[in-house]
Ligand binder design. Sequence first.
Ligand SMILES: Nc1ncnc2c1ncn2[C@@H]1O[C@H](COP(=O)(O)OP(=O)(O)OP(=O)(O)O)[C@@H](O)[C@H]1O
Length: 303
Amino acid sequence: MEAVIVNALSKTYGQEAPRAVDNVSFTVSKGELFGLIGPDGAGKTSIFRMLTTVLLPDGGSASVDGLDIVKDYKEIRNRVGYMPGKFSLYPDLSIEENLDFFATVFNTTVKENYDLIKDIYVQIEPFKKRRAGKLSGGMKQKLALCCALIHKPSVLFLDEPTTGVDPVSRKEFWEMLRRLKEQDITIVVSTPYMDEATLCDRIALIQNGKILGINTPANIVASYPDTLYALRAEPMYALLQAVERYAHTLDSYAFGEYMHASFTGDVREEDVKTYLRQQGIADVEMKKTTPTIEDCFINKLKN
Ligand SMILES: Nc1ncnc2c1ncn2[C@@H]1O[C@H](COP(=O)(O)OP(=O)(O)OP(=O)(O)O)[C@@H](O)[C@H]1O
């Protein structure tokens, strides 16, 4: 069964502006962990806001848990949990006061649904008297997740939950999401971190309000159309410029301590190295590399 159905959803802010969300369609199955992957301004937040009924679409339709986001907005609000990208807690309330507050808003108690948040809450419980404004990024994020879960939603929307959080807390957070998924909660999560994309069951790559592709991370990587190389030489900027100038280069960009590049099919590794030697770049390390989601994203943007 589909937990979320999005059909040609659109949103424009103001008359002159380009569409922030442009004819977006996708579905999310019950119990699926679905990722919206895209850079700042891609339209992720606008999609979340429409699906959680805090923003009206101006085109298309969508349903969550079988309910229409416009007609059934009141009922949807009881069924979804929403963790907005920006800090959503009350900084002057303590951890336990924040949680109690969210439970009360939804006519429930922390006790009633404690099982659902237990794993996460025990990690911040020692600090339960501390004000939310004084918590570390990772702790705030755990508390925000508890608050979004406390009314036992069937669909959880998490907008960039790990932005600005340290790597260890990010890893823990994704482990928590996998455990929630086992409890049959459908999760739609957005992230600008490409490495997190691989942790989703399926992802939608999104840019300028449009979906560039939807598939499992493995299938997205498998559908990368060219042979991708990682190259390195000293100095890197000379290598980058030389590869960019090369007539047979399809795509080239810096990637960590390497650069990534793809070439037209008729070019062999030796040809590239010969060309680079002619350009005065001798000691080139060049190897085939498996594309990451980020490479796939860059490739789709170009085509
Ligand atoms: N209230 C608003 N008024 C005008 N334009 C807006 C408004 N909210 C968003 N936009 C514009 O709509 C586009 C999509 O923004 P949105 O916040 O949905 O993207 P995003 O992928 O969530 O990015 P971010 O992580 O920066 O929030 C952007 O160009 C943004 O400037």
